[in-house]
Ligand binder design. Structure first.
Ligand code: UD1
Length: 420
């Protein structure tokens, strides 16, 4: 099994570009099947979740090809409405195909995505909302069958602003008869990105990025070429790496505004950060300061997807920080790995008290989820000595090449292929 080896203690210097956004591209790939034609996505990240989604699209009849600067999806001959269980179980977010398949085919059979490493992740909000659009939903323990004679716009009020449920409703509503209004919609930038893509394809949507989104169904879409925004969580991860390891770095990407909460948190920790339209500079020359309270929230609050990376930095902060994880219930799996490196963290339910220590010591640790794995890489950069991080298949779900990016910034880090 491959692992990442990192020898900590080096300051980071230099400039790197940030890859395209994972959480934006997955619903956009799902959206491509709404159109009986060609979609081109530029700046598409080469990550495992995208490879999974491509397999899924191919399994339902799309022709997908990588070109020099992106991905082309030809959904002209797409004809299946049943999604194979093996793909859904390998990537929980394949559930966003539900809305798009309903829009295209009027019926869908998809297996239940189940829980994952970071929590139970139910889809009750998705199904309740879809039912309100004149869709019959029958579900057993592991299969969901949805069908409709004609998809109908509806006024849908989400009990909580789920990102995936908002995306599924949008994907169905763009092809429904009449108008759909989503109240208490998710406001994450990836929702805005999906809507910008759909509007370019010919959809009629207003209010994306706010709590109320209005969608007027249309009959036909057109071929579209779309350039994906940079990944705000990858940018946030590398900012956190500099905050922990020290140094002076420029990250090029057009997702700085969307990272404001993370940037402000890092400023509180003592980093000097300058923000341009499509770049961010960070300089960290002192021990990070503790942060009294970080609570994960829906956008524009502190993102749950940055919690593990910031926790790694806070392990060596001067003082005690409190983290409260409000979005997912199992997002502290990294804690026991950080403890092996000498971190002092006490977890009670949703809360984690991080008592800063003088230094971490490198050792062998294991990633159990994507962002937790990125957090361990950051801990490895901070620690004295050598760390080996296994479970990197999780990290590769969302990072094109974290070792290469950090090595380009001067870190002593590499991916090691091992036959053991
Ligand atoms: C998306 C992101 C993920 C991010 C999360 C929160 C993608 C591919 N993934 O996940 O990286 O961490 O948003 O910003 O974009 N919930 C229910 N019932 C539902 C749906 C959700 O109870 O029907 C709960 C979930 O269990 C979770 C919370 O609501 O506790 C938020 O989930 P949601 O916003 O749906 O996240 P995802 O779309 O799964």
């Amino acid at each position: 099994m491959a692992f990442i080896e990192v020898i900590g203690g080096r300051h980071l210097q230099g400039e790197i570009p940030i890859q395209g956004s994972k959480n934006a591209v997955l619903p956009i790939l799902a959206a491509s099947i709404l159109h009986n034609g060609i979609t081109r996505i530029k700046n598409c990240p080469k990550i495992i979740d995208v490879y999974h989604m491509i397999k899924l699209l191919e399994s339902i009849g799309c022709i997908v090809t990588w070109e020099q600067d992106g991905l082309t999806i030809d959904a002209t001959e797409m004809n299946y409405s049943s999604v194979d269980k093996k793909y859904v179980s390998s990537m929980r977010s394949s559930i966003i195909l539900l809305g798009a398949l309903l829009g295209r085919n009027k019926n869908v059979t998809i297996s239940y995505p189940g829980g994952c490493a970071i929590g139970a992740r139910p889809i009750d909000l998705h199904l309740k909302a879809i039912k309100e659009m004149n869709v019959q939903v029958i579900h057993s323990e592991d299969i969901i069958f949805c069908s409709t004679s004609h998809l109908t716009g509806a006024k849908i009020s989400l009990a909580s602003p789920s990102v995936g449920a908002t995306e599924n409703v949008i994907l169905a509503a763009v092809k429904a008869d009449g108008i759909t209004i989503i109240d208490n919609a998710a406001m994450e930038p990836e929702i805005t990105e999906l809507c910008l893509f759909l509007v370019k394809m010919g959809a009629r949507i207003s209010g994306a990025g706010s709590k109320t989104i209005m969608i007027e169904g249309v009959k036909e879409f057109r071929d579209v070429e779309y350039t994906l925004v940079s990944d705000r969580i990858v940018m946030g991860t590398y900012l956190a790496a500099v905050a922990g390891a020290g140094g002076s770095v420029t990250l090029r990407g057009n997702c700085c505004k969307e990272n404001e909460t993370v940037i402000n948190t890092l400023r509180t920790m003592g980093c000097r950060i300058g923000v341009g339209r499509d770049y961010v500079n960070i300089c960290s020359s002192q021990q990070p300061r503790a942060v009294p309270l970080i609570e994960t929230e829906t956008y524009p609050g502190f993102p749950t997807d940055m919690q593990s990376q910031i926790m790694s930095v806070l392990t060596i902060a001067s003082g005690t920080s409190l983290i409260v994880e409000n979005i997912f219930e199992s997002r502290y799996k990294t804690v026991k790995e950080l403890a092996k490196m000498g971190a002092d963290i006490y977890v009670s339910g949703k809360a984690a008290q991080v008592n800063g220590v003088a230094a971490l010591t490198g050792c062998d640790v294991r990633a159990y989820d994507l962002r937790g794995g990125a957090g361990l890489v950051i801990a490895g950069l901070i620690a004295n000595g050598t760390s080996r991080i296994s479970g990197i298949e999780y990290i590769e779900r969302g990072y094109e090449d974290i070792s290469k990016d950090l090595a380009n910034l001067g870190a002593d880090i590499r991916k090691v292929e091992s036959s053991l």
